[in-house]
Design a protein around this ligand. Structure first.
Ligand SMILES: [Zn+2]
Length: 539
């Protein structure tokens, strides 16, 4: 008999909850030590090629639904061929060779928004073909830039433990073994994973701040559910875990005060959040005359630019950039001797990255696109040369910092999306933005394509600003109504997007202004215009 626990909580959620608690109990009762984490890292680096080949063998060659199996077949690369290739050229060399032979997925192909066409063959990617057949699903995490169904990724707690190893080693390198951790974000799977990540290394977070008021109407019960899951986890494991405290994006002063108070007691406080959220806390501290000297931030989810970095430092706090994706979790973490605001070490013990560079295959990918490949057995989703829509500068250099001594010698920096719009830690796809600007708004307020344009810029205070330009020729209209229509339309596809739209509304990231759309130096009118140097790839 299915017992309904709430409007939209299904039996599946309850069953997943039971599996989750069983797994959490096993992992949290025996947190790993830093010595064990270092041993795990050494072993991963030593066995990296064997681990990659075993994963491909099990999750691709022996997994009939895998799209990579078809791509490898089309490229004439059987299991033995791949093994020879990896032992001759290393994983990255082999991946370059596979890429040239058509074994890769663009982000549109990966998300099944476009069929995969290689030569005369056409195939469609299905989520079940990408899933790691030997990975369990304990907690569902929504991928950024979610668009309708198929964007929830089931995360195995063994995978959380695997990336917790990297998180704790990188924090140790930054001197963070005794920091008091806190999380500020939107409640849900991502927050749960972050709280557990800290707890698995023996340092559970002491505060959990929520950017959404889960008691507000219109919020899916799943977001309230996540706080219950954490409470039960704490009860079952005996590990103290915090309950969420609502701190809106526009009023982050309680977090600034808390961080300063902790510093006063002689401790170091560390807030794990989005880059622009870190900026919000620091702005509030500066305005209130609160010194954040001694406070630390880890900032991910969106670019850490020079302006954001400068503002955070002005408050006295220090910030470490982090890069990751739902499918991979942590990919890079801050270098202690950076040569760019977001300079990070690539954590290649868990994945491989290559870039198309010169692209004789004309795949349409920008030369600096990151093609991601899973190498660890617990990866929830199998990636084999998959573009997640980001690009970066990838370099080998000697920085002399402790992360390099751990074996991570490759750096990545100036990480930017080339197809998504990111603000306030939330991501929308260009294709959605284009639909709203070209179809939804003209249908309601008049005008046509190029009459509406989104300007993404960073104000002097490091905050993201989105200006929605509406051509004066359209005639009088209420700015508030246009903003509401934009946010409603951008959030009409899925629950995840509705939450994102709510987040944007609360963050006040969107301002409507009248003006003619801006053009680029080559005369293009882009849907999303960035007056600053454009990292976004334009074909
Ligand atoms: Zn370094």
């Amino acid at each position: 008999m299915i017992r309904r626990l709430g409007a939209s909580i299904s039996f599946d959620d309850v069953a997943a909850g039971a599996r989750f608690l069983g797994g959490a109990r096993a992992f949290l009762r025996r947190p790993f030590s830093l010595e064990q984490a270092r041993a795990t890292l050494r072993s991963r680096l030593e066995r990296r090629e064997a681990s990659f080949l075993a994963l491909v063998d099990r999750a691709v060659y022996r997994h009939a639904a895998s799209p990579y199996r078809q791509l490898l077949g089309l490229a004439g690369c059987e299991s033995g061929d791949l093994e020879r290739l990896v032992y001759q050229e290393g994983i990255e060399g082999a991946l370059h060779s596979l890429y040239r032979r058509g074994v890769y997925l663009t982000v549109d192909e990966y998300k099944a928004r476009r069929p995969v066409v290689r030569g005369s063959a056409t195939l469609t990617v299905r989520p079940e073909g990408l899933r790691n057949p030997s990975s369990a699903s304990h907690v569902a995490v929504r991928t950024s830039g979610s668009r309708g169904a198929g964007t929830r990724v089931g995360i195995d707690l063994a995978f959380v433990r695997d990336h917790a190893v990297n998180t704790h080693l990188t924090l140790e390198a930054h001197g963070g073994t005794d920091w008091l951790h806190a999380h500020w974000g939107v409640p849900g799977g991502t927050a749960i994973v972050n709280l557990l990540e800290f707890a698995m290394g023996g340092t559970p977070p002491v505060r959990w701040f929520s950017q959404l008021d889960t008691a507000a109407s219109g919020v899916h019960p799943r977001y309230r559910w996540s706080s219950r899951v954490v409470r039960w986890t704490s009860f079952v494991t005996g590990v103290p875990l915090p309950s969420p405290v609502y701190v809106p994006l526009q009023e982050p002063l309680p977090i600034a005060r808390w961080m300063a108070d902790v510093v006063q007691t002689g401790n170091t406080t560390h807030l794990w959040t989005y880059a622009s959220s870190a900026v919000q806390v620091c702005r509030a501290a500066l305005a209130a005359g609160i010194d954040l000297g001694g406070a630390r931030f880890t900032a991910g989810g969106e670019p850490l630019t020079a302006a954001r970095l400068a503002l955070i430092r002005r408050s006295g706090a220090q910030v470490a950039p982090r890069y990751g994706a739902t499918e991979t979790d942590i990919i890079g973490y801050a270098c202690l001797a950076p040569e760019a605001p977001d300079d990070q070490h690539l954590l290649h013990d868990r994945l491989a990255l290559i870039q198309p560079r010169p692209d004789p295959e004309r795949t349409g990918l920008p030369p600096l696109a990151l093609l991601v490949t899973s190498t660890l057995a617990t990866a929830p989703v199998i990636l084999l040369n998959v573009s997640l829509g980001d690009q970066a500068v990838l370099v080998q250099r000697t920085c002399g910092c402790p992360l390099e001594r751990l074996g991570w010698a490759t750096h990545l920096h100036t990480i930017r999306s080339f197809e998504k719009l990111t603000a306030g830690g939330m991501t929308f796809l260009d294709t959605d933005v284009i639909r709203v600007l070209e179809e939804v708004l003209p249908a309601r307020f008049g005008g046509g394509p190029t009459d509406y344009q989104l300007l993404e810029e960073e104000a002097g205070d490091g905050q993201p600003r989105l200006r929605l330009l509406v051509h004066p020729a359209i005639g009088p209209l209420a700015a508030e109504a246009v903003a509401e229509a934009f946010l409603a339309a951008i959030g009409d596809r899925s629950e995840g997007e509705r939450v994102m739209a709510l987040h944007w509304r609360e963050g006040g990231f969107l301002q409507v202004e009248r003006g003619a759309p801006l053009t680029t130096s080559s005369g293009k009118i882009l849907h999303l215009h960035q007056p600053r140097p454009i990292m976004r790839y334009q074909s």
